[in-house]
Design a binder for this molecule. Structure first.
Ligand SMILES: [Zn+2]
Length: 225
């Protein structure tokens, strides 16, 4: 009986030692990883506020302890001032998207572009007391000249490098939105994800917990501008 127990104990000891060694190595590499190659994701919501969808998005962000950036269409703020105030109160960043979101008007000339941004910023400031610092071009239609106009007004211009597909794919289910998020984000250390919180995008709010869960599982840190 004893003859059998001894080799067993020996094997157990060796296995434990190996496990401790591997664990320490994993811990070390994790520490190095978090300093040198931290992965970051910025969740950015365009075209709100809406009553239902923005509210649901904010609920999810609150429950998940995640901060995000909301690019506001100021014509949609009237009657939803409380939603915009909630965005700011809960620690999210409000950015300028547009006053009217009509490309023909916004991009008519430099002055029109400047005016549209200023009008949106004035509404955000009046309702929340916050002066917005970040800007996103409606339709993503920036170019060198427009960048110079908006940059000249003191804004940081925010583009995106990944999408959830809520505007690109018609009637996408929450599962499809997660799939598109993964497809367009995978392999990127810094992700700026485009989502929408305007009224038609209930599926985006529904997909959000799974989207956040995926980034979390991949080791991303959530950031807001
Ligand atoms: Zn937009």
């Amino acid at each position: 009986m004893r003859k059998k127990v001894l080799p067993l104990l020996l094997a157990l000891f060796v296995l434990t030692a190996l496990a401790v060694h591997a664990g320490a190595r994993a811990l070390r590499s994790q520490t190095v990883f978090s300093f040198a190659e931290e992965k970051q994701v910025y969740l950015t919501f365009d075209d709100g506020p809406s009553t239902l969808v923005t509210g649901r998005v904010l609920d999810v962000l609150r429950d998940e302890h995640v901060r995000a950036t909301f690019f506001i269409v100021s014509e949609r703020v009237r009657g939803r001032e409380d939603v915009l105030r909630r965005i700011v109160r809960e620690g999210h960043t409000p950015g300028v998207h547009s006053a009217c979101h009509r490309y023909g008007d916004i991009y008519e000339n430099d002055d029109a572009l400047r005016r549209d941004a200023a009008e949106c910023a004035a509404v955000i400031e009046r309702v929340t007391g916050v002066t917005p610092r970040v800007y996103r071009f409606p339709g993503g239609l920036g170019n060198a000249r427009r960048d110079a106009v908006i940059g000249g007004e003191g804004y940081e211009i925010v583009r995106w490098n990944a999408v959830c597909g809520d505007e690109e794919i018609a009637n996408a289910s929450p599962a499809r939105l997660l799939e598109e998020t993964v497809r367009t984000s995978e392999g990127k250390r810094r992700v700026v994800l485009l989502l929408h919180d305007s009224a038609p995008h209930r599926a985006t709010a529904e997909a959000l917990p799974a989207i956040i869960g995926w980034f979390r599982a991949q080791g991303y840190r959530f950031c807001a501008f």
